[in-house]
Design a protein around this ligand. Structure first.
Ligand code: ADP
Length: 270
């Protein structure tokens, strides 16, 4: 009954993810306890673009893995559409910093792999894969192998792979961190294009303040370990966004606020 109520309430509020008092304690091989997340609370609306910034080791990846259902939590609660996350679930796509494509499979075969695992490679899925590949400029590369593509192209393919099953939630852990600055800018613009073509809730971890402001509806700023959600910055810049916005005063004000928060937390940590 309680769960049904939660599901109905979440739907009514347009809420996709809610965390209440979320806590994560790791136990190391030597038996030591590491408090990675301490009392994290937030609510994310369906269709929002959220970035998470914070110093290394503050628990960003831990939070993402918990959302993907790949990692358990120690206390509190986190739910998707009103249902507590208890393990891996289907309604999520994940993109990591390295594209992790299988070298012996073509780009199309790589992109279709998660669908194969679920036994669902019908014409509709194949068409969607081709359409998404075209949208990120990879038409004509379907039958190439990963080593024949640049780093940026490989990462585009891994984003397509995460989107083929049309998940509600896309989790991205520093997906553009390994790319050169120009490619990275281009990928940001393309990601927003993909997002408007195929709306989803995106949670995006980054070390780049500019990237976070450019992409997001809200930026979650985390403090050093034990990770807490320090502040949530609403980015009220118009969409569609263009790279030229980075040079505007409004953009600079948002970036400055986040930088100040991060430096303040560094001072405390230091
Ligand atoms: P971030 O992504 O912000 O850099 P992480 O979520 O990777 O941070 O890690 C948060 C904290 O938890 C760090 O102090 C890290 O050392 C610790 N940690 C991460 N994974 C493990 C693990 N498997 N065992 C023990 N400690 C871990």
């Amino acid at each position: 009954m309680m769960m049904e109520q939660n599901i109905a309430q979440a739907a009514q509020k347009g809420e996709l993810i809610r965390a209440n008092g979320l806590r994560k304690v790791y136990t190391t091989d030597t038996g030591d306890k590491v408090l990675a997340l301490k009392e994290v609370d937030f609510s994310i609306r369906d269709g929002e673009f959220i970035s998470i910034v914070g110093p290394s080791g503050c628990g960003k990846s831990t939070l993402l893995k918990i959302m993907a259902g790949l990692l358990g939590y120690s206390a509190g609660d986190i739910s998707i559409s009103g249902r507590s996350i208890k393990g891996p679930h289907h309604d999520v796509g994940v993109v990591f910093q390295a594209p992790v494509l299988l070298p012996w499979r073509t780009i199309l075969q790589n992109v279709l792999l998660p669908s194969e695992f679920r036994g669902r490679v019908d014409k509709k899925v194949q068409d969607r894969a081709r359409e998404l590949l075209a949208l990120v400029g990879l038409s004509g590369f379907e039958n190439r192998y990963p080593h024949e593509l640049s780093g940026g192209m490989q990462q585009r393919a891994s984003i397509v792979r995460a989107l083929v099953q049309d998940p509600k939630l896309l989790l991205m852990d520093e997906p553009f961190g390994a790319l050169d600055a120009l490619t990275r800018d281009q990928m940001n613009v393309e990601l927003l294009k993909l997002w408007s073509h195929s709306p989803k809730t995106i949670i995006f971890i980054t070390h780049s303040i500019a990237e976070a402001v450019f992409l997001s509806d809200r930026v979650f700023v985390m403090t050093p370990r034990p990770g807490k959600l320090d502040e949530i910055i609403e980015v009220d810049l118009p969409r569609p966004r263009a790279l030229s916005m980075v040079n505007t005063d409004a953009f600079g004000v948002y970036a400055g606020r986040i930088r100040k928060l991060l430096h303040a937390s560094e001072d405390i940590a230091g």
